[in-house]
Ligand binder design. Structure first.
Ligand code: DGT
Ligand code: CA
Ligand code: CA
Ligand code: ZN
Length: 571
């Protein structure tokens, strides 16, 4: 059982308890436990193996919850959840999938309008019957309708980070299987795409049958779709499909190249081969019947006269031409990152204190960070007033006296109001070292209005960074309509940096937007938007996205050393 599954189970319990109107403390206990487990760095299963009582030492997890987790790991199920599900109509559970419908609202529409299915919910929303319910305005009704539309088209793609969490232990199991010599995860996973449709694993083994057995017999397999000598395919309990190819060592490089894709890239490479009278497939590079390359991936590229191309670039977006011309970018790496420019603390909606965030950031070896708590308009996050920031600055001043190795910038994630003005007074803005601005409300503006709103914010002379520029939440909320070319132009004209938000479900700018910014000479910054110390570690997903946008270190502002970075933000 993966941590992420345990977390999801507990969240589900909390939702259902809330629908049943259970004790709020009990509901909160499950939510807290879900977040704690979901962001742990070590697997609960391995903790339990080492020490049966290890879980009780985690914050917010007492003996009762620890016992439930242990049972969940042992049996794969939670009797409490089954019981709650039996008591709740299934359709009511489906309502919870719609953004804007939490347990409270699900219960409300269920009890007041007798709505039991998504279809009925849609009908009621179209007839304007939802907006007449207490606490549910026309805006929410529209949001629910949009949510239902999206739910219909939702594909079952997994965010990369989620797939990674499910795949890691499977890969470990396979690597530990006797006779397995080489193993790589290929496909969109290796190209570090923001979501993956399925996961493609490639391996070479002395004993292929044993490797295939280990794969289909893996403990989290729900369904075996195929079990052959060279190809197996399974669905894990979480719903993620995993394909396995077992290939000969002599073909390994060719197979790795083929199954890494993307398909358009493969086709373009194969065409280059055709021009040289070569046949290129997953078994190798052939001249006539003779294999001339394919043991390693660089060999395959060399056969068509190219240097090795990083997987992140293999989308047939000009990487072959760049490779031929010797103009492949030297992609930015995680170790190039010298600071994190977005994080929250317990002063607003973060889970760790300012001191804890500073300490954990310093432990990562950063030269600088920015503390970017929310401003007052973001009420759900407990946004700070001007006075609140002044109080926080006194804490920062004190911390600066003790923490010398790392610079702590006074910053804020200043809310962009409806008309594009900023949610802090001029005096306070002027005193901040870095001003990050972002949108948290009124997502339903037209494209023109939203673009105008954000451009106006960027025009403000104190603004340094635009945070999570499209507001999307992968699989949950579409980006708001935005003319990204206009935004990039404004960023260039007014000297504003554009953020790649490294949260695995945000990752906006996306790869194409990043490329657009880079081509316009606009630097990006990668910020984790961490709300707890563990989330400082998601920087690497932001780096992946930057790499997919062809960024070199110089394209990313927070690879600069402190002095150069200071100069950059002088406005
Ligand atoms: P996904 O799974 O939708 O996130 O995306 P991929 O890229 O992992 O696609 P997938 O799993 O269908 O196939 C893995 C790789 O295998 C793909 O990136 C390229 C290669 N491949 C699959 N089908 C074809 C094909 O018809 N022609 C060529 N040239 N390559 C293919
Ligand atoms: Ca795939
Ligand atoms: Ca596949
Ligand atoms: Zn934000």
């Amino acid at each position: 059982m993966e941590n992420i599954e345990i977390a999801k189970t507990f969240d589900e319990v909390a939702d259902l308890l809330e629908i049943q109107g259970a004790n709020p403390f009990r509901i909160r206990a499950y939510r807290t436990a879900a977040r704690t487990i979901g962001t742990l760095n070590t697997s609960v299963e391995s903790m339990l193996k080492k020490n049966g009582h290890a879980l009780e030492e985690l914050p917010g997890i007492g003996a009762d919850l620890a016992g439930k987790i242990e049972g969940l790991c042992r049996t794969g199920g939670l009797p409490l959840l089954n019981e709650l599900k039996r008591k709740t109509p299934e359709s009511l559970v489906a309502l919870l999938r719609i953004p804007g419908v939490g347990p409270k609202r699900a219960k409300l529409v269920f009890s007041k309008l007798g709505i039991k299915t998504l279809g009925q919910l849609e009908k009621a929303a179209r007839a304007g019957r939802l907006s007449k319910l207490p606490g549910l305005g026309a805006a929410t009704e529209q949001a629910i309708l949009r949510g239902i539309e999206q739910d219909k088209v939702r594909t079952a793609r997994f965010p990369l980070a989620e797939a990674e969490a499910y795949i890691r232990p499977l890969v470990e199991t396979l690597r530990a299987t006797p006779g397995v010599e080489r193993l790589d995860v290929a496909g969109s996973f290796r190209r570090r795409a923001e979501t993956v449709g399925d996961v493609d694993i490639l391996l070479a083994a002395k004993n292929a049958a044993a490797a295939a057995e280990a794969f289909v017999g893996y403990k989290d397999v729900k369904q075996v779709l195929a079990h052959g000598e060279t190809k197996c395919s399974v669905v894990l309990r979480c719903g993620l499909q995993v394909d396995l190819r077992i290939v000969a060592e002599s073909s390994y490089g060719a197979a790795l190249h083929y199954f890494t894709g993307s398909k358009p890239h493969n086709i373009a490479v194969r065409l280059l081969g055709v021009k040289r009278h070569l046949k290129i497939n997953e078994y190798g590079v052939f001249r006539g019947k003779r294999q001339i390359a394919g043991r390693t991936e660089p060999e395959v590229f060399a056969a068509v006269g190219l240097p090795w191309i990083p997987p992140e670039l293999r989308e047939n977006r000009g990487e072959l031409d760049a490779a031929r011309a010797g103009r492949l970018p030297r992609l930015v790496e995680l170790t190039d990152i010298r600071g994190d420019l977005q994080m929250h603390t317990t002063d607003t909606d973060g889970r760790n204190t300012l001191a804890e965030m500073v300490e954990a950031s310093a432990a990562r070896g950063y030269e600088y960070i920015a503390i970017t708590d929310h401003t007052k308009a973001v009420r759900v996050a407990g946004g700070l007033t001007e006075a609140g920031f002044r109080k926080q600055w006194r804490q920062i001043d004190a911390i600066r006296k003790t923490v010398k190795k790392m610079t702590v910038f006074k910053s804020a994630e200043v809310d962009i109001l409806d008309d594009g003005s900023l949610d802090l007074d001029e005096e306070t803005l002027a005193e901040l070292d870095i001003v990050l601005v972002s949108v948290h409300s009124r997502f339903n503006l037209s494209k023109t209005a939203m673009t105008r709103r954000i451009v106006r914010a960027l025009q403000h002379p104190r603004v340094h960074v635009l945070g999570h520029p499209t507001g999307r939440l992968l699989g949950k909320r579409e980006p708001y309509p935005l003319d990204m070319e206009e935004i990039v132009k404004a960023a260039r004209d007014y000297g504003v940096l554009l953020e790649i938000n490294a949260q695995p479900d945000r990752l906006d700018l996306n790869d194409l937007h990043v490329a657009m910014a880079r081509q316009a000479g606009v630097r990006v910054v990668i910020g984790t938007d961490a709300h707890r110390i563990e989330e400082l570690g998601c920087m690497r997903y932001g780096v992946d996205q930057a790499r997919r946008g062809w960024c070199e270190a110089t394209d990313v502002a927070n690879t600069l050393h402190l002095d150069a970075f200071r100069k950059l933000i002088q406005k």
